[in-house]
Design a protein around this ligand. Structure first.
Ligand code: SF4
Ligand code: SF4
Length: 414
């Protein structure tokens, strides 16, 4: 990655047509050209050309971008906006030592935790104890969390399960239909364990042998989007090495991680990056395109299920139709897309920790809509969105289960 030339290359493609403006959540909220994709591209270019100095106002316009890439999807000039944004954050990080997108204490803590799989698992054990022992209640009722500026991070904690080790291979009892590898990620192992368990069971049931390479770790997205390209590249290389020879296809259950894994070749000057990214596939997509064994059937589920489309599933992987195709297999289930699915929920990696006010402004209409719809469940395919929306639902006192389409599907198999 060469930040300056990447910015020049992408920003030069922008013809200032403005078609992206109505799709940009921050422009929709703030009605300011500098908070739009077109305006931000102009700022990025000015920064790269040294026409504008790096000063707090400029940096905050760039930091307020969600990186949702809704603009990229509608751009007739094919501006790779996400690439330009990552390049700009890397440029800021190298010029100043730290970017506004990465200054939050909670965001820094999160990046430190996902660096090493052992750290994430240890954290899982500690969090489980914290939630079960009554300490969580004590901390929430005291001012300690505010004092250490960790209230936002703590409020977004999902109920954590005890850390679990996965076997390296989950075989099937007959000749397998094929071998697939599963990306378990970092935080998903403790916060979203059930999705991984359901994915393995479902893949086995369809006939696939599942491999879970032990050397894998965080996909690098948090570091990449915060401008820490050196650390992101290190994490990317670790995954490329871990998955060498494991399964033909590498499946991701969280669209945020899957989208990053699929774009390693964009960021890494490494011959192995392109073949690695070519093996990446979203679990919904993979399962939806399978011919299912005739002995699999599903128990009816008389529930109203809202579906949230994560930005990474829609704007990067372009597979947002697949969860609907999967859920349609469950008899009796009423599947309802959220009306504002094209708009980011505000989670956006560590964005909800650094831009708390805007993130909540984006989440609030979704929570209100879920309440109005009177749904029983919300299905989403990205763990970050799931956690953030679940926190919003809990805060609103709504007992709506937030789950992954794969979990629901596997649960209903009879
Ligand atoms: S990535 Fe999202 S928030 Fe950022 S400019 Fe594009 S549409 Fe707007
Ligand atoms: S849609 Fe593309 S070309 Fe048009 S203003 Fe937005 S970024 Fe520029």
């Amino acid at each position: 990655m060469n930040p300056v030339s990447d910015i020049h290359h992408e920003a030069a493609k922008c013809v200032a047509c403005g078609l992206c403006l109505p799709r940009c959540p921050t422009y929709g909220l703030l009605h300011d050209e500098a908070e739009s994709p077109r305006g931000r591209l102009a700022l990025m270019l000015a920064l790269a050309k040294n026409d504008l100095p790096l000063e707090p106002r400029l940096e905050s316009h760039l930091a307020r971008c969600l990186g949702c890439r809704a603009c990229e999807r509608v751009c007739p000039s094919n501006v790779a906006y996400g690439k330009a944004l990552d390049a700009t954050r890397a440029l800021i990080e190298t010029s100043r030592g730290i970017s506004a997108a990465s200054t939050s204490k909670a965001a820094r803590l999160l990046r430190w935790l996902v660096d090493k799989p052992d750290r994430t698992r240890t954290l899982g054990g500690i969090l489980r104890l914290y939630q079960k022992s009554g300490l969580q209640w004590l901390m929430r009722t005291s001012r300690a969390l505010r004092l250490f500026r960790l209230a936002e991070l703590e409020a977004d904690l999902p109920p954590v399960r005890s850390p679990r080790s996965f076997a390296e291979v989950y075989p099937v009892s007959h000749a397998p239909k094929g071998r697939v590898a599963l990306f378990t990620g970092c935080l998903a192992q403790i916060a979203d364990q059930q999705v991984l368990i359901s994915a393995i069971r479902l893949l086995n049931r369809i006939g696939y042998e599942v491999h879970v390479p032990p050397g894998q770790g965080c996909c690098g997205a948090l570091h990449l989007h915060d401008g820490q390209t050196g650390k992101a590249a290190e994490l990317m290389r670790r995954n490329i090495l871990a998955f060498a020879g494991a399964g033909d296809v590498i499946l991701g259950v969280a669209s945020g991680c899957t989208a990053t894994l699929g774009e390693y070749a964009k960021y890494l000057e490494d011959d192995a990056a392109l073949p690695f990214s070519a093996r990446i596939m979203d679990i919904n997509q993979f399962i939806a395109q399978q011919s299912w064994p005739s002995d699999i059937s599903f128990r009816p589920l008389a529930k109203r299920i809202a579906v949230h489309d994560p930005c990474t599933l829609s704007n990067v992987l372009r597979q947002e139709d697949k969860p609907y195709a999967l859920l349609a297999r469950i008899p009796g289930a009423e599947i309802i897309p959220l009306a504002d699915n094209a708009v980011c929920c505000g989670a956006a990696g560590s964005y909800h920790l650094t831009q708390v006010r805007i993130a909540r402004q984006l989440r609030a209409p979704k929570i209100a809509q879920l309440e109005r719809l009177g749904v029983d469940m919300l299905a989403t395919s990205n763990s970050g969105c799931a956690m953030y929306l679940a926190t919003g639902l809990r805060a609103a006192g709504l007992a709506i289960e937030v789950t992954h389409p794969v979990v629901l599907l596997e649960r209903q198999i009879q």
